[in-house]
Write a protein that binds this ligand. Structure first.
Ligand SMILES: *Cc1c(COP(=O)(O)O)cnc(C)c1O
Length: 237
């Protein structure tokens, strides 16, 4: 099977599973955004997904994202999401390159993004990354600190607080991740009640290849999926 056929099959399967998971909890598939994580594939492979209708792409490194954006500049409807850890000294590049940043995990970074977004006269949608599991290897603020960081984002005129993001632990059984996703949803609800942050603060970015269906069942509005889309292809195609 050639690469395009393989990707079409993978893409259709992921979309179908997302639809089923959304329906199980009484939502429509349009309510859940697929962020196609292209960090392990070439720009040409990302373009195949675009040709199949995918519009939102996730990258975890500024430099790699810049290369892909340049190579794919003609894909006018594509939007690019930063999902990886961001160094403060890359804030300028990040604001130039990305449409949404999922990984704000400290006040310093928020300040740097605010400054750069102000210079470009744009508003930058951002999510706060939360370390729900408490694993030392994970980035993100502790759940108890999320409210404070969201509160500071709400005071930054060029940042738009969209919600919360998390990465669940690597687990052989996706059901084991359910409590972490439920916890992030409860945290979002509690912050909404306490801060009245406005309509745009409603997103839960959670779920990857191993656990995106469970994440959707627990209220994800964005899932970040890479591996499942690129199974069986030659990654250098
Ligand atoms: C790589 C990555 C993903 C996608 O993971 P897969 O298991 O390949 O679906 C999602 N989120 C973040 C932050 C990532 O770095």
């Amino acid at each position: 099977m050639d690469t395009m056929e393989r990707i079409r099959e993978n893409y259709e399967e992921v979309r179908a599973r997302m639809t089923d998971a959304a329906k199980r909890t009484g939502r429509t598939p349009e309510e859940v955004m697929l962020v196609a994580v292209t960090k392990t594939v070439t720009a040409d492979v990302a373009r195949m997904l675009y040709d199949l209708g995918q519009r939102v792409f996730g990258e975890n490194r500024v430099q790699e994202a810049q290369k892909k954006r340049n190579a794919l500049a003609e894909l006018k409807e594509a939007s690019w999401h930063m999902i990886g850890t961001l160094q403060t000294n890359k804030a300028k590049k990040a604001v130039q390159l990305f449409d949404v940043i999922h990984s704000v995990d400290r006040g310093h970074l928020a300040d740097a993004l605010e400054q750069q977004a102000a210079k470009l006269h744009r508003r930058m949608p951002v999510l706060v990354e939360v370390n729900v599991s408490g694993e030392a290897s994970k980035h993100g603020v502790a759940p108890e600190q999320a409210l404070q960081l969201v509160e500071s984002l709400l005071m930054q005129p060029h940042l738009e607080a969209w919600g919360l993001m998390t990465m669940a632990p690597i687990e052989p059984n996706p059901e084991s991740c359910r409590p972490y996703f439920a916890k992030l949803r409860e945290l979002l609800e509690s912050i909404k009640t306490r801060l009245t942050p406005g309509e745009s603060f409603r997103h839960l970015s959670m779920g990857m290849t191993q656990d995106y269906e469970v994440a959707i069942e627990e209220g994800a509005t964005m899932v970040r999926v890479g591996t499942a889309l690129f199974r069986g292809i030659d990654r250098n195609a």
